[in-house]
Design a protein around this ligand. Structure first.
Ligand code: 7TS
Length: 400
């Protein structure tokens, strides 16, 4: 199905009567009116705590919350909506795993990450390694910015217990070969966790086809609200894990001495969940489905090709990474202009890009950089956004 770019921008109130050029969707995405309306209608029509109110309003809120879980489940091809745990975001989802999966880790065991991980898929594992005495090893990157899997036996070993890798690099845009990694992890008997923060918003995801054990992502990076994210896990693994946080709803019985746990997924949803945001995420998924995730990724591929071609003509433009399989993320520096100066000058033209270390300091260290610029696209971007960026960049270069 073809979709009209002009109409798409109209769905997002932030672009109404504005010349904003928003090129920072890897940080967070803008929200379509339908998502904003859904959030508002939750507060104005269906605001009651979920799973505990016996009155009708509570049933409406619970139904909408659980319906959203079903939408998430089918969006990523899960076996059952019981496998969907709502969290506050990718960061919380990974922290949950880094606490609950590491119970049995001991000195000598290894956690395998890669050099392109976001701090959210790195620091929680470092904390777990410190707690348990396990060690961490890293899959290095090739010159192109892809995972170097040429000598898998150096990284996938019998001592490897957990492999946690990003679906897509938030700096280089590299789409990682998850199926292959899943096979290598499982051959060693390790559990395979995917950081899908930059994957789920841009690529068609089917967790069964990937073959992973856990997949995590954030609502705000896919047109949904902040404060809501997802942890998907295989049911039998979730059932075998201890809870992460204790509190209301996650229990079956509580005595003065001890407690027993509610069934999955509620065992992992202590306290009042972010049910309004969860419903907002369900609405974002409806919106994405109405356009088609494959149409979105095709659109981003075309925009990225268009941008890379234009940027190649700009003197002193240094591109980081040239992965074959990539999403709409382009990282760069302009020799002679500090990225922070560049961002400030672009801002004067109402162009928003992110500069800095992108919460991936080990990756930047491997590039010998401390700060770089990044453009990241989503369905609402178009060629004129890229033209505006290039025109502004040319003016800024002339000034410098
Ligand atoms: N993993 C990856 C690959 C990410 O890109 C991010 C956020 C996270 C995890 C954490 O997600 P959160 O929703 O829990 O914060 N990435 C970025 C970014 O690239 N710029 O700002 C946030």
């Amino acid at each position: 199905m073809e979709f009209s770019l002009k109409d798409i921008k109209q769905d997002f109130p932030i672009f109404h009567n504005s010349d904003l050029v928003y090129l920072d969707s890897a940080s967070t995405t803008q929200k379509p009116q339908v998502v904003l309306d859904r959030i508002s209608s939750m507060y104005s029509e269906a605001n009651a705590n979920v799973h505990r109110a016996l009155y009708s309003l509570g049933s409406v809120a619970t139904e909408r919350y659980e319906n959203s879980r079903k939408k998430v489940s089918s969006f990523i091809g899960a076996n059952s909506d019981k496998e969907i745990i709502f969290t506050s975001g990718t960061t919380e989802s990974i922290n949950l795993l880094a606490h609950t999966l590491t119970d049995k880790l001991k000195p000598g065991d290894e956690i395998l990450l890669s050099e392109m991980e976001h701090h959210s898929n790195l620091v929680p594992w470092q904390l777990a390694a410190n707690r348990t005495g396990a060690s961490i090893s890293y899959i290095p990157l090739s010159k192109k910015g892809e995972l170097d899997l040429s000598e898998p036996e150096r990284y996938f070993k019998p001592s490897t217990k957990i492999v946690s890798i990003t679906h897509v690099s938030n700096v280089l845009g590299t789409i990682n070969p998850l199926k292959k990694i899943s096979e290598m992890a499982h051959e060693m008997g390790a559990v395979f966790v995917v950081d899908g923060a930059q994957g789920a918003p841009h690529c068609s995801v089917n967790v069964k086809e990937i073959g992973c054990d856990f997949y995590t992502f954030s609502g705000h990076k896919m047109l949904g609200p902040t404060g809501i994210g997802v942890l998907w896990g295989k049911l039998e693994l979730l059932e075998s894990m201890e809870p992460f946080m204790g509190g209301g709803e996650m229990i079956e019985t509580v005595t003065m001495e001890s407690s027993t746990w509610n069934e999955v997924p509620y065992k992992f949803e202590a306290g009042t969940p972010n049910f309004v945001q969860a419903v907002g995420l369900g609405s974002a998924i409806d919106y994405i489905n109405s356009i088609g995730i494959n149409n979105i990724s095709d659109h981003e591929t075309k925009l990225t090709e268009y941008a890379l071609e234009k940027l190649a003509d700009i003197d002193n433009f240094r591109l980081f990474g040239s992965p074959i399989d990539r999403t709409g993320v382009i990282s760069f520096n302009i020799d002679g202009i500090h990225p922070h100066d560049l961002a400030q000058f672009l801002n004067e033209d109402n162009i928003a890009i992110r500069v800095g270390h992108h919460c991936a300091q080990p990756l930047l260290a491997s590039l010998n950089e401390t700060s770089i610029g990044r453009l990241s696209f989503y369905l609402y971007n178009n060629e004129s956004d890229i033209d505006n960026f290039c025109d502004s960049l040319t003016r800024i270069k002339a000034y410098f």
